[in-house]
Design a protein around this ligand. Structure first.
Ligand SMILES: *Cc1c(COP(=O)(O)O)cnc(C)c1O
Length: 428
């Protein structure tokens, strides 16, 4: 059984960018043609893969009143967000700029959940006055919202359950040393402020990090919110469990099995609703789960170079365009789309063109790479373009969406004018 599941996963992994008669395709588009048309490096997203992920989550959680809020910081391209809106997915935002992007895309204010971390109160005021929904992240903010607005705006409270989860300390947010959320130990202080200002608390929120692997962690965390709900908050509309679902970056990765996780969660949540006296909504805020696998970054080999110990492939990109390997020690699968001859391989380090160590992958066995070959970096949908920069004064790549067999340019490649923009010419 395990091996069947494993095999299916590998099939889905291979499905996105697939090899047919020696050529790579995304849907019906030959990837070499996309790069020829839109230039290198290039981000390409498969919109139907995103819809597949949405449906898979909805189906898995169909036993409860589930609501999805796309954590758009993973990939904020307007067209990707529009696709979410079209599919009935709401949005989770973390800055006033993301609030404005979501409004620009066409989300209604009450479809936008704002989960700020230590932002200026002026941003909170601006968001609340636009009708945006707020997850309150500190006692200080709870007090300020109470003082200024009383019960005029429905709010949710972000709890920190003191649980260690997440693939890496940089992306773990629910542990005792984390800056995020209000520690559950402060429940008396929370209740005191809520009572003093008659705050309208409609939800309890948690988001405990990215890349957690085991479903028991989320069930354990959810139980903490449910206990708080039963004891203190009889009028909730939802419990929001954030996100952090791990997707497959590596064929051997232990990923979140969403169906298995959902089975446990649905059982616990329905039992809770019974005790609570009515059915409320269960929210998730998936970012990575919805968009990671949909994305591929294509980059071209500029130079191959040897030293006595390593074979380097230098590509026309770097940590300025895709920082996850350097930032999180993340593994990104890489294929040589220009040479599919598996009988003639070498061990490579795929590195960028930035004047800083910017390794995309070490010790990768690939069919021989020559200058001009196009490499594909898989799973480049989440936290890749959205974390890109102009470091080394490089322009950012274009983004393309393939959806229902059609190709859309959804962001133009930057130009030198973008690099020079906003810098006045000073006459010394
Ligand atoms: C980043 C973030 C998410 C999404 O996390 P993923 O690991 O991408 O699914 C969800 N909720 C909040 C509040 C976040 O900050």
């Amino acid at each position: 059984m395990k091996s069947i599941v494993y095999l299916c996963r590998n099939l889905t992994l291979g499905k996105l960018i697939r090899l047919e008669n020696g050529k790579y395709y995304i849907q019906n588009q030959e990837t070499a043609d996309l790069v020829a048309k839109f230039g290198s490096p290039l981000y390409v997203y498969d919109g139907n893969k995103i819809e597949e992920q949405i449906e898979r989550m909805r189906k898995a959680f169909s036993g409860v009143d589930i609501k999805l809020k796309y954590a758009c910081k993973a990939l904020t391209n307007l067209s990707i967000m529009k696709l979410m809106l079209k599919n009935g997915v709401d949005v989770d935002v973390v800055s006033i700029e993301e609030v404005k992007i979501a409004l620009h895309v066409g989300f209604k204010p009450n479809q936008i959940q704002y989960t700020p971390s230590g932002v200026a109160f002026s941003e909170i005021e601006e968001a609340l006055e636009l009708g945006i929904r707020l997850n309150v992240d500190s006692l200080d903010l709870l007090e300020k919202v109470g003082q200024k607005y009383g019960n005029a705006h429905p709010i949710a409270i972000r709890l920190n359950p003191s649980i260690m989860a997440g693939g890496n300390l940089k992306i773990s947010t629910g542990h005792a040393d984390s800056k995020f959320g209000i520690p559950i130990e402060y429940i008396d202080e929370i209740i005191a402020i809520v009572t003093a200002y008659d705050l309208k608390v409609v939800g309890l929120h948690q988001h405990n990090g990215s890349d957690f692997k085991d479903s028991f962690v989320i069930v354990q965390a959810m139980k903490k919110s449910m206990q708080v709900a039963e004891k203190y908050f009889p009028n909730l509309e939802f419990i929001d469990m954030g996100s952090g679902f791990k997707v497959s970056y590596h064929a051997d990765d232990h990923v979140t099995d969403i169906e298995e996780l959902a089975e446990d969660v649905v059982k616990e949540f329905n039992a809770f609703c019974k005790r609570y006296g009515r059915d409320i909504q269960l929210w998730f805020e998936p970012g990575k789960y919805l968009v990671s696998e949909s994305g591929t970054m294509f980059t071209t080999c500029n130079v191959t170079k040897h030293n006595p110990r390593r074979n380097f492939v230098h590509v026309d990109s770097g940590l300025n365009h895709l920082i996850r390997p350097m930032m999180y020690d993340a593994y990104q699968d890489i294929v040589n789309t220009s040479n599919t001859d598996e009988s003639d391989t070498e061990n490579y380090d795929i590195v960028g063109y930035i004047c800083e160590t910017d390794t995309f992958g070490s010790d990768r066995i690939l069919p021989k790479v020559s200058q001009g070959d196009i490499l594909a970096i898989k799973n480049a949908g989440a936290y890749c373009f959205s974390m890109s920069s102009n470091y080394n004064s490089r322009v950012r790549p274009a983004e393309v969406l393939v959806y229902n067999g059609k190709t859309y340019l959804i962001r133009e490649r930057e130009t030198m004018a973008d690099i020079l923009r906003n810098q006045p010419e000073i006459d010394f």
